[in-house]
Design a protein around this ligand. Structure first.
Ligand SMILES: NC(=O)c1ccc[n+]([C@@H]2O[C@H](COP(=O)([O-])OP(=O)(O)OC[C@H]3O[C@@H](n4cnc5c(N)ncnc54)[C@H](OP(=O)(O)O)[C@@H]3O)[C@@H](O)[C@H]2O)c1
Length: 259
């Protein structure tokens, strides 16, 4: 299937590793140019070089913190210089670990800025670029935790639920400008970060830790690969998904326990 993405420009936050890198690589494989962003300059630059060399597309690295206004502006400027965004994937994010009783206010506001305000600021500005090109697509990467919380991360659950609602509100507004907005709620996706956590907790036996997590949570009894999720995300952002508007899609191996 030709996804019709050749020559498009996709902006992927948190594109230097894990899911974001997988999504950026999948766009590039389909012939799209990419702008990838992360805070760590060396990692984001080497990821962009690898994408450009492997897929023969333009890959632009932006080192900035998207939880700040200035960090978002750097991404917006880079996309404008590259001709304007056609696609935006709000992916940068991270897990938390706390109790409501103990977490200070700053932790709540830091996660709000990263999971919600980055999406607000970037979608608002990138929409103008998309509209100037006739339309586009946006995808919020929330989490299954937006609807089915994990007990140890109330701040993550709450801010991802807010991102899910933001995506819905944004969609109704943006479709009038020919910009489709959807949300994806991944379950357990095997990233280097999960593997490092498993090594820290279990040392040499780390693979069995991941298997136990998968057995407990996912009906399919395994983690999803980054590629399995990335292919779905790229399809949703492509013209082939042209009637998908304002929806949330679970890619979770049966982890969601409700209908
Ligand atoms: N893995 C899973 O099982 C899973 C499941 C559901 C949802 N998700 C969601 O998927 C997204 C990606 O997760 P992942 O597992 O791929 O995480 P990851 O491997 O830790 O990668 C996170 C990416 O985001 C960047 N990033 C983090 N904070 C940033 C900031 N303030 N500004 C700019 N970039 C920032 C990181 O680079 P720097 O550190 O260099 O900034 C990195 O590129 C997250 O939103 C996460 O909540 C993941």
């Amino acid at each position: 299937m030709d996804l019709g993405l050749t020559g498009k420009l996709a902006v992927v936050t948190g594109g230097s590793k894990g899911i974001g890198l997988g999504i950026a690589r999948a766009f590039a494989r389909e012939g799209a140019d990419v702008v990838i962003t992360a805070r760590t300059q060396s990692t984001v630059e080497s990821a962009a070089s690898e994408i450009a060399a492997t897929f023969g597309v333009k890959a632009i690295a932006v080192a900035s913190d998207v939880s700040t206004m200035e960090g978002c502006q750097a991404v917006i400027d880079a996309a404008a210089q590259a001709g304007g965004a056609d696609i935006f994937v709000s992916n940068a994010g991270t897990g938390s670990n706390e109790t409501v009783a103990d977490a200070p206010d700053e932790k709540w506001t830091d996660f709000w800025d990263l999971h919600v305000m980055a999406a607000v600021r970037l979608s608002r500005a990138l929409a103008d670029q998309m509209e100037a090109k006739g339309g586009g697509a946006m995808l919020m990467n929330a989490s299954i935790c937006a609807v089915q919380p994990l007990w140890y991360e109330p701040i993550y659950n709450t801010t991802k639920a807010a991102l899910l609602m933001f995506g819905k509100c944004l969609s109704s507004e943006m479709i009038k400008r020919n910009i489709r907005v959807n949300t994806v709620n991944p379950g357990l996706i095997r990233t280097p970060d999960w593997e490092n956590t498993a090594r820290e907790l279990r040392g040499e036996d780390w693979e069995s830790y991941l298997q136990e997590v998968a057995d407990e949570h996912a009906d399919i009894k395994r983690f999803g690969s980054v590629e399995e999720l990335a292919d779905f995300c790229v399809f949703l952002c492509s013209p082939r998904a042209s009637y998908s508007v304002g929806s949330a899609y679970h890619v979770d191996g049966g982890m969601l326990k409700t209908v």
